[in-house]
Design a protein. Structure first.
Length: 492
């Protein structure tokens, strides 16, 4: 009876978390200002407001509107989440009945990455009484604002207008009008009261139960090796698993995909789990792969190179040593320095396979990434580092440097420029549809099929379900199940 009550309580809490706390994807809009400015324009203090024009003629009865669009849900909204056709550049439309849009401008971006949506690729335009907004990827709490000048439509009368109408949808979510409020909303108070009742009920059931171990918890000791790019996700997920299952112990020693696979192959330890950026090499038949995540990588340069976009052909020429100064391909007069991962790195293997056309990177000729080693032949300076973090740090500190790393590790550094490839940014949508080439499947490898009740099997399930999958998303990557074409995650 007690176990049944625990099951009901856990299921209820999970449902509340999934549909209330976690929530479906939710895009909010708010009209922060909608005011008639005719009297202001006619005032002697109007100044530049008298210059509001449309097609060279002053606006006769203008209004100013400040529109705010925000991600007020609990999950990331990507370009493919907008309920439009795949080839549409427009994600949302806002209609102003009785008025037409004379002009508009973006006045505020919560994050600089939003800028590309309004400056590249189209989708931001005015059409009669409509403002068209692009399919903008938005992190949680991200927002942008549009200031628009509108003119009363011909033949309309009166000083008021019907409220704006937002046209569009979010897949698996909704678009809602948001408002600034003071105090605690009644729905939030009701939700808190409901959760308090649930927590108290679950506590009473827990105290009367003879078991304290959650379902699917495993105990024991698991050694985790492999990809340094995947290491932040593993550490966060292991800590979360430990809090849920106190009997589990993790030893995390991640030094690279190749080294991790070799360690598992050599030790043949069933209590070792190896993560690899891409598939294992030949000669390791006992290692069994499981697709875990769709992993994005990015080329990155030191901010002083002046380069933001490269074609695969340009990247291949750079790594062949045919480009020695950034000004040769439109950048600044700075020597090219290449900072790479050491051989055995899954990130390096992904670059060679996905971007360099299967060609192996040449070896290093510098230890400090600034000067050629004694006796090294003249040419492009090349150095290598052991981990993703080391590469990111070296590129940020080295003038003229070009490197590569997992997207999440490279994001958010002012002294780095994330390089587009043939105009395409490193996004799940671009990679999923074949436009962006630099990605790889992250695999978890075990020695054969692990026991279903082992810590290795339980932790792999944890990574691909619920909390573990959310941790993967929060780090900028995606569980394979999230893709439009999940089959591309599967081993060949």
């Amino acid at each position: 009876m007690a176990l049944a009550m625990i099951g009901v309580a856990v299921t209820t809490v999970a449902a509340v978390y999934e549909f209330v706390l976690k929530g479906r994807k939710r895009l909010g809009y708010r009209v922060q200002m909608d005011t008639t400015v005719t009297d202001v324009v006619q005032s002697e203090h109007a100044g530049p407001l008298r210059e509001l024009r449309e097609g060279g003629d002053p606006l006769a009865k203008p209004t100013l509107v400040l529109l705010r669009i925000e991600n007020n849900g609990a999950t990331f909204i990507d370009t493919h989440d907008y309920a439009v056709l795949d080839d549409s550049l427009v994600g949302l439309r806002v209609r102003f009945p009785g008025r037409r849009v004379a002009g508009m401008v973006v006045t505020e971006l919560s994050d600089d990455y939003l800028r590309d949506s309004f400056t590249n690729g189209g989708g931001f335009a005015a059409d009669g009484d409509l403002i068209e907004l692009p399919r903008t990827p938005m992190n949680r709490s991200a927002h942008y604002k549009i200031l628009a000048a509108l003119e009363r439509a011909d033949g309309s009368a009166g000083a008021t207008f019907d409220p704006p109408e937002v046209i569009g949808g979010i897949k698996g979510g909704r678009i809602v009008e948001t408002q600034s409020r003071t105090g605690t909303p009644k729905r939030a108070i009701a939700l808190i009261g409901f959760l308090v009742v649930l927590v108290v009920a679950q506590l009473l059931v827990f105290l009367r139960s003879n078991t304290t171990t959650p379902m699917d918890c495993a105990t024991g000791r698991l050694k985790v090796v492999g990809s340094t790019a995947f290491a932040p996700i593993v550490r966060e997920a292991a800590e979360s698993y430990r809090q849920l299952c106190p009997g589990a112990e993790f030893v995390i020693d991640m030094r690279g995909s190749g080294e991790g696979l070799q360690a598992l192959h050599t030790t043949a330890d069933a209590n070792t789990l190896a993560f690899s950026d891409g598939e294992k090499p030949d000669g390791m038949p006992a290692l069994l792969p499981r697709p875990i995540a769709f992993f994005l990588f990015t080329m990155m340069t030191n901010a002083g190179t002046g380069v933001q976009d490269l074609t695969p052909e340009q990247i291949q020429r750079i790594y062949r040593g045919e480009v020695t100064n950034w000004q040769e391909i439109g950048g600044k007069d700075v020597p090219v320095r290449l900072i790479s991962r050491n051989p055995g790195s899954g990130t390096r293997a992904a670059l060679q396979r996905r971007v360099l056309g299967g060609v192996r990177e040449p070896g290093s000729n510098s230890d400090d990434c600034r000067t050629l080693d004694p006796g090294a032949a003249q040419g492009v300076l090349r150095c290598a580092r052991d981990s993703t973090e080391d590469v990111v740090r070296a590129v940020a500190e080295t003038p003229g440097a070009l490197g590569y790393a997992e997207l999440g590790a490279a994001t958010g550094h002012d002294d780095l420029t994330l390089v587009r490839i043939s105009g395409h940014r490193a996004t799940v949508s671009e990679a999923d549809h074949g436009a962006y080439p630099f990605w790889e499947t992250e695999y978890g490898y075990t020695l054969g099929e692990p026991d279903a009740h082992s810590l290795a099997a339980s932790f792999l399930r944890y990574l691909t379900n619920q909390v573990g999958a959310d941790i993967i998303r929060a780090n900028g990557d995606r569980p394979c199940a999230d893709l439009a074409n999940p089959a591309i995650c599967q081993p060949a």
